[in-house]
Ligand binder design. Structure first.
Ligand code: IMP
Length: 210
């Protein structure tokens, strides 16, 4: 596994503790990962900056953060701890790729919001925007419920593959159009607990179909 994660880390008492804590998921998947695209440190640095930005943009507003399950759960948990405002949380679950790596374009709501969003300031948190079809569908759907405002915070966006125009106010990383796992994103429900974003070795896909 090519990795920048271990090399970039400064080893103080606190980081030694977290290295030890992370050894589990990293070790379990080390033979499956081809390359680390975004290191844990980069992710955490950008999230801290984004938390500051969101704290200042939403100061004095009634913020409702809506996470899109399952992929956004790790990002949402970390981001929300950098937002210094009172806020509420809700979740939607939509169908995604399953074990395949190509979008079907068909979006199905598996779990809807628990609460009304009429008059609320809604921030929709997504893991990754690929074709953009999922997000486009969700935004259309949520707009019909008349929130006071509706913005998107996406951890990643793939470049050059978007099939619909989208206005993404907060985006942390642009990545090439490759299939990635980690930091909430899965392949066949695995790899979500990796602290970085990376690509899988081709054997992982071959083993899954054979
Ligand atoms: P879109 O509708 O094509 O934009 O796809 C959005 C959803 O597909 C994301 O919320 C993810 O659940 C999933 N997805 C897209 N690209 C990837 C990837 O590279 N790895 C894992 N899941 C992905």
């Amino acid at each position: 596994m090519e990795t920048q994660v271990g090399q970039e880390r400064s080893v103080g008492a606190a980081s030694q503790t977290s290295l030890h804590r992370l050894a589990g998921p990293m070790e379990a998947h080390k033979d499956d990962i081809e390359q680390v695209l975004i290191s844990e440190e980069e992710i955490q640095r950008k999230i801290a900056q984004m938390g500051e930005q969101i704290s200042s943009d939403y100061a004095g507003r009634d913020l409702l953060v809506v996470g899109v399950l399952k992929g956004a759960f790790v990002f949402m948990a970390d981001l929300s701890r950098h937002v210094r405002l009172p806020m509420e949380f809700d979740f939607m679950a939509v169908s995604s790729y399953g074990a395949a790596t190509q979008t079907s374009g068909v979006v199905r709501i598996l779990k809807d919001l628990d609460h009304e969003i009429l008059g609320r300031h809604v921030l929709l948190v997504e893991d990754i925007v690929d074709s953009g079809l999922t997000l486009s569908y969700l935004l259309k759907n949520l707009r019909t419920r008349r929130p006071a405002s509706l913005e998107v915070c996406a951890l990643m966006q793939k470049t050059g593959v978007q099939q619909v125009p989208l206005d993404i106010k907060y985006r942390l990383f642009e990545i090439p159009s490759v299939f990635v796992v980690g930091y909430g994103l899965d392949y066949g429900e695995r790899f979500r607990n990796l602290p970085f974003v990376g690509t899988l070795r081709p054997e992982v896909y071959r083993d899954a179909v054979s």
